[in-house]
Structures are given as C-alpha cells and as structure tokens.
Design a protein around this ligand. Sequence first.
Ligand SMILES: CC(C)(COP(=O)(O)OP(=O)(O)OC[C@H]1O[C@@H](n2cnc3c(N)ncnc32)[C@H](O)[C@@H]1OP(=O)(O)O)[C@@H](O)C(=O)NCCC(=O)NCCS
Length: 208
Amino acid sequence: MKNFLISLYTGIKLRERPHGRRISPIATLRGDVNIGKYTYVSSFADIRGIGSTTRIGSYCSVARGVKIMSSGQVHAVDAISTFPFYLIDHDLKRTDFMVRKGDVVIGNDVWIGADAIILPGVRIGDGAVIGAGAVVTKDVEAFQIVAGVPAKALRMRFSAAVCEAISASKWWERDYSDLKPFIHRIYAHGQDREEGMQETLALLTRAG
Ligand SMILES: CC(C)(COP(=O)(O)OP(=O)(O)OC[C@H]1O[C@@H](n2cnc3c(N)ncnc32)[C@H](O)[C@@H]1OP(=O)(O)O)[C@@H](O)C(=O)NCCC(=O)NCCS
C-alpha cells in the first residue's frame, strides 16, 4: 500500500499549459496568480494571490510543496484576536479582515527548492535560488542564493560582471526555439565557467 501511494505521488506528471508552462494537477493556484512562460510548478505547491497579486516570471522552477503566500494569509497580530471571524459570520467581509501586504514578485529563472515558504510581499530577483525548506521573509537579490529559517544569503551565484551580463541579455524573454541552438552552452557548468558564459551571452545577443 505504501509503495502504491509513493508511485502514485511520484507518477503524477506535470500538465502542459499554454506558453510551455507546466503545472502539476495536484498543485493549488488560487486568486490572482500570473505565471510566465515555461515555468513549472510541482506537486503540492500552493500558490495564492488573494488580496494581492503573485507574479512569477519565465523559466522558473517551483519544486514540490513550495508555498507562496499573499495578503489573504495574513491575520492581524495587533488586534485583540487573530481569528478570522468572517468564517463564522457572513455579515463580515473577508476583505475587511485582511492585512494588506504588497504583491509577491518573483523574477525569471528563479529556482525555489522543495517546501520553501515565500511570505506575502516578498520580491525575489531574476536568477535567485531559494534553498529547500527556506522561509523567505525578506526580499532576495537577483542571482543570490538564500537558505534557512529565516532565509539568509549563502552567496551570489556569479561575479557582479556576470550577473550584470546575464541580466542585460534578458534571455528569459526569448522563446525556447531561439535558445535551442545554444542550449548546451547555456547548460554548461563547473569551475572557471565565467569566461565561457560571457562568450555565450555575446553569441545570444548577436543572434537576437
Ligand atoms: C540552496 C542550495 C542550492 C545550496 O547548494 P550549494 O550552493 O551547493 O550549497 P552547499 O551544499 O555548498 O551548502 C552551503 C552551506 O549552506 C547550507 N545549506 C545548504 N542548503 C541549505 C538549506 N536548504 N537550508 C539550510 N542550509 C542550507 C549548508 O549546510 C552549508 O552550510 P555551512 O557552510 O555552514 O557548511 C541547496 O542546498 C538546496 O537547498 N537545493 C534545493 C534542492 C531542491 O529542493 N530540489 C527540489 C527539486 S527541483
């Protein structure tokens, strides 16, 4: 029985949506949630855009169990009670209860590790990495790797020059068919890669 349940869980495939997005049929997306092209959202992810908007860029990886919260998940901690009385009294409106936070804005090519939690109003820059199980309470810079509870910076992915060159290339605005000729270069990794990356970005720019 346990093995059957595990195979059911791991066997549920991401479902392809328009613009190459892939969303697991057992992920929950509720409210005003905008997702860019090719981004995938894995099983048991729970993304809310209630009372504020949640925007996720293109080519993002959203792992299993990730939770992205919006204003709808904020109870007022400075009131006499945090209880959502609108649940038991239909004369009350949910919107009156909500504590408004800003939108969650997640850039492009962001990798969010399994079971990470993104709190309402957080902004995450392009190319950032969120460690598994992190609780992200503050904004994350582009190309920064953060992890832990609360999430703290581990390091930047690249030198400032390469971060700038990748940002300037805006490769994530392109369709995959434009990237495909360069894909092995884009994917290459390992030590001393920065020079090769600059070459690849220059090739991409020329091809654009
Ligand atoms: C965040 C992550 C990318 C960092 O990888 P990395 O750069 O190779 O980092 P390292 O393994 O060298 O670890 C660096 C330090 O961060 C800590 N660390 C790494 N990941 C962590 C995490 N998720 N939470 C807390 N601390 C973490 C390590 O313990 C280490 O600490 P130390 O310097 O005190 O020893 C990776 O650990 C991670 O969480 N990946 C997500 C995997 C995942 O969820 N995949 C889902 C399928 S897509």
